[in-house]
Ligand binder design. Structure first.
Ligand SMILES: Nc1ncnc2c1ncn2[C@@H]1O[C@H](COP(=O)(O)OP(=O)(O)OP(=O)(O)O)[C@@H](O)[C@H]1O
Ligand SMILES: [Mg+2]
Length: 223
């Protein structure tokens, strides 16, 4: 499903490689924790899968397509199929929870008559149906992050990327957010989840890929 073939990445104007000769194959429906110290290359690897960056050497394939070959409109179309959650929720501050979700459905071209039902279902999944009219600043950090996950899951993406989505959360909220990713995984999504939290890995023993200084130093299957 996702295949990194001999991928190296140098950011413009830097000498050290952020990723060095990384080979990684992720099968459809796998759940992969990406771990490793700060600066190891986790976010860079996710940016390559999202095609926000292109590798300096090597290639990234998703479902057999070399992402380098995507042009113009097809880059946007590809990204729409990938759900992403970051450490900060990145909700639109001047829009309510339901407007934030509606925004995604509009971009996806979902007919308006389906919006209310889809939004209700998404918010029920994350336990926040009662917050649909709230603005992001009226939510707790944990609630806002659950809305961000609901938004990422709304298009039912086949690939779900998470870059320390629980970094700002306490233990209880972190586990609640992990539960949402587990649900998506159970429904068939391929998940790549970068985290520092060993506790999450223990809570959901799956494949764990460890990076250090831009290289894969361990790849274990716990589940
Ligand atoms: N925009 C950039 N320009 C130049 N170098 C960068 C840029 N972004 C990241 N790097 C470098 O690339 C390397 C990998 O960084 P990356 O952000 O991928 O690490 P990370 O594993 O996500 O770290 P963290 O756990 O702190 O988020 C680091 O050496 C970092 O300094
Ligand atoms: Mg990072």
């Amino acid at each position: 499903m996702i295949h990194l073939h001999r991928v190296s990445l140098a950011y413009p104007g830097t000498k050290t490689l952020a990723l060095y000769d990384v080979n990684l194959e992720i099968r459809r429906g796998e759940f992969v924790f990406l771990v490793g110290p700060s600066g190891a290359g986790k976010s860079s690897l996710l940016a390559l899968i999202l095609r926000r960056l292109l590798p300096t050497q090597g290639a990234v394939y998703v479902e057999g397509t070399n992402l380098r070959r995507l042009r113009g409109n097809r880059i946007a179309l590809y990204r729409r199929q990938v759900g992403v959650v970051f450490q900060d929720h990145r909700l639109l501050p001047a829009r309510t929870v339901e407007e934030n979700l509606a925004f995604v459905l509009r971009v996806q071209g979902v007919p308006r008559r389906y919006w209310a039902e889809r939004i209700t279902r998404a918010l029920r999944t994350v336990g926040l149906a009662h917050k649909r009219r709230a603005f992001p600043h009226q939510l707790s950090v944990g609630e806002a992050q659950r809305v961000a996950v609901a938004r990422a899951l709304l298009p039912e993406p086949k690939i779900l990327l998470a870059d320390e989505p629980t970094g700002n959360l306490d233990r209880e909220n972190a586990l609640a957010v992990l539960e949402l990713f587990k649900l998506a995984h159970a429904k068939g999504a391929t998940v790549v989840f970068a985290t520092h939290a060993q506790e999450l890995v223990r809570a959901y023993p799956q494949r764990v890929v460890a990076l250090r200084a831009g290289q894969v130093v361990a790849d274990r299957r716990l589940g």
